[in-house]
Design a protein around this ligand. Structure first.
Ligand SMILES: NC(=O)c1ccc[n+]([C@@H]2O[C@H](COP(=O)([O-])OP(=O)(O)OC[C@H]3O[C@@H](n4cnc5c(N)ncnc54)[C@H](O)[C@@H]3O)[C@@H](O)[C@H]2O)c1
Length: 298
């Protein structure tokens, strides 16, 4: 996969007057790989910047797998995936810019995100800068960002190619133009945006976690089995997935981190149940380790 795809090969694209939009995704893990994939599928030239050659290689493998999956019903899935891949570049270097969009998707650690966002805002001055954080304060991050009016939360959902929602999180300094640009990017990626004021857990993580933690407490006090607690929501309330299975998909460690943060900001109703702490300590992190509240065979 390289940058600088030849747009001229496709007649309909050749008629486009505007040059292709450009984006940089920082971090090509679970989320960054998916974000890069949907950007490339939407005709955007994307560079993914990773922290090491090994991480870049793993990111590339994730994106290729995502593209194969997205194109598996095509007559020639490999060719279709390769055509999109032409718009993608994965490595350890950030492109010089200018670019139209920068998405930060590194781990949920404030001390990691803040210096990186400060650098990004100095390097890419004229573009929309978004963080894919699922819970951290956009206003706090904006303190180190050069032009905070151009910065907002761009919260994609997992798996990115199949999730319709983007939660746009507005910090105290986020400008109206930036919100409009973020809404336009959501449309370009065929996602539906919601606009949420910066507050702990935003709308999605806060509501999702409230249900998830209560389900864990119910399991802890043997109200029902994990399967039946999940069925209560899938069959009874038409949720597409039960709260315990969802916790397994997100990662128990990830949810524990968010719960601790929400407990410290919103109060003890988000205090993590002991069962969640015990399972994380035992390495039962959900799908990624093969076991969480359910067993996940490959
Ligand atoms: N996993 C989810 O379901 C989910 C959903 C929505 C939002 N999020 C948020 O998305 C962000 C990323 O989560 P993830 O699950 O993709 O994490 P992940 O651990 O899968 O990926 C993070 C990637 O960032 C890379 N990285 C670390 N430091 C870097 C640096 N300085 N420069 C470039 N790359 C660097 C790592 O090598 C890794 O590949 C977090 O803020 C998380 O809260 C996650």
């Amino acid at each position: 996969m390289t940058t600088g795809a030849s747009e001229g090969e496709n007649p309909s694209e050749a008629e486009e007057v505007r040059p292709p939009a450009t984006a940089v995704v920082i971090g090509g893990g679970t989320m960054g790989a998916g974000i890069a994939q949907v950007l490339a599928q939407s005709g955007v030239a994307v560079t993914v910047a990773e922290s090491s050659p090994e991480a870049a290689e793993a990111a590339l493998a994730r994106i290729i797998e995502g593209l194969r999956r997205a194109h598996r019903t095509y007559d020639d899935p490999e060719a279709a995936a390769a055509a999109v891949g032409e718009r993608l570049s994965v490595g350890t270097e950030r492109p010089p810019g200018p670019v139209d969009l920068v998405v930060e998707a590194v781990p949920e650690i404030m001390n990691l995100k803040m210096p990186l966002l400060a650098e990004l805002s100095r390097q890419y001055t004229g573009c929309l800068l978004g963080s894919n954080t699922s819970s951290l304060s956009i206003t706090e991050m904006a303190q180190v960002v050069e032009r905070p009016e151009r910065f907002c939360g761009l919260h994609f959902f997992n798996p990115v190619p199949r999730s319709e929602l983007i939660e746009i999180v507005t910090g105290e300094h986020t400008g109206d133009d930036t919100v409009a640009a973020a809404v336009a990017w959501a449309g370009r990626l065929s996602k539906t945006p919601i606009v949420v004021r910066d507050s702990p857990g935003f709308a999605t993580s806060r509501l999702g976690l409230a249900l998830g933690l209560e389900a864990i407490r119910m399991l802890e006090s043997a109200v029902a089995s994990a399967d039946d607690i999940d069925r209560a929501m899938t069959l009874g309330y038409k949720h597409p997935i039960g709260p315990l299975a969802l916790t397994d998909l997100v990662g128990l460690d990830v949810r524990l981190g968010i719960a601790e943060y929400l407990a410290s900001t919103l109060g003890e109703r988000f205090e993590p149940p002991q069962l969640l702490r015990d399972m994380v300590a035992a390495g039962k992190l959900g799908k990624k380790t093969g076991e969480g509240f359910h067993r996940w065979d490959s």
